[in-house]
Ligand binder design. Sequence first.
Ligand code: PLP
Ligand code: COI
Length: 339
Amino acid sequence: MKSNDIDLDNLTFSFTKTRSMYVAKCELGGEWQSGNIVPFDDLQISPAAGVLNYGQGLFEGMKAYKWDNGKIVIFRPEKNAERAARGCSRLSMPKIPANLFLDAAKKVVRDNADYIPNTKQGSLYVRPIIFGSGAGLGVAPSTEYTLVVYVSPVGPYFKGGLSPIRLIVTNDYHRAPLKGTGGVKAIGNYVPGMLPSGLAKKQGYAEVIYLDAAEEKYIEEVGAANFFAIIDGKVITPELTGSILPGVTRESVLYLAHEKMGLNIEERRISVDEALTADEVFCAGTAAIIAPIGSINYQGKEHIFSEGMVGRITKELYDALTAIQFGTEKDEFQWMTEI
Ligand code: PLP
Ligand code: COI
């Protein structure tokens, strides 16, 4: 789609085709070769590719913003580069070098700069995917790997911006077991969530809260965002046990809470029973930013938080994070990478 045909004032979190994407390759046992910007198009891939048969692949997600002063910036892309490299190791793919990952992201954003909304309208979502593209039949690492980075202008992930969302705890499905792949952005982690999430949406909930697979007692995550509870002024989030994705937003929220707002932070297990006593709850992620949780349904009972409004600390954290991302305040922690 041509950039001036896009209705940037009514963006949702959905895919819009842009001008170009970046493609790089790596042979098994070899090094990643730097790639190129090419027109956005379908890929040609063998039906025997590792990603199609055995799900060998991961994705990342970052946001690029166009500030009012014209600067184009990406939020903490080096964190996504690190996480992608860790994911490659876990999924038996050659580790993506950080400089290649960052160079690819910057080049695609630059080449599609006219698709970036202003910060009131949304952002440009940057989606790197790394996958086994070589043909093979045995369950073994692919013979060839591909990195593609594409972008899409996006608006809010949850409808209604900062209005509180309704969530439901599932006792019927788990997201990820301990020692599985929950701690990396494996593509295979996401399809199992589509059924529970779809069922929840049919009942009027925005997403599902997953409990830990071992004891089914502790909160893990909210679909594709990390969970936070504010209890007695403390900012508490589930500790990274291996099954929880180490979110870049999660780390940033903890940092802001502690370093900028002087709040106590705790990374520890939170039972669902304890979470239901919280003063405020929210979830955080690249797509979700910070989304206040207005209510949680647990075992058929609705629990309301902050009288269904946005809690004070949640709002302060949202304002602190977005002021940096939207360039309305000094980037005092050097989180924004200018391209
Ligand atoms: N948890 C899961 C399962 C996710 O997919 C995401 C999204 O990336 C997050 C949490 C939040 O991570 P981040 O803040 O890095 O986007
Ligand atoms: C993100 O927040 O970047 C995500 O990856 C969420 C996504 C699964 C839509």
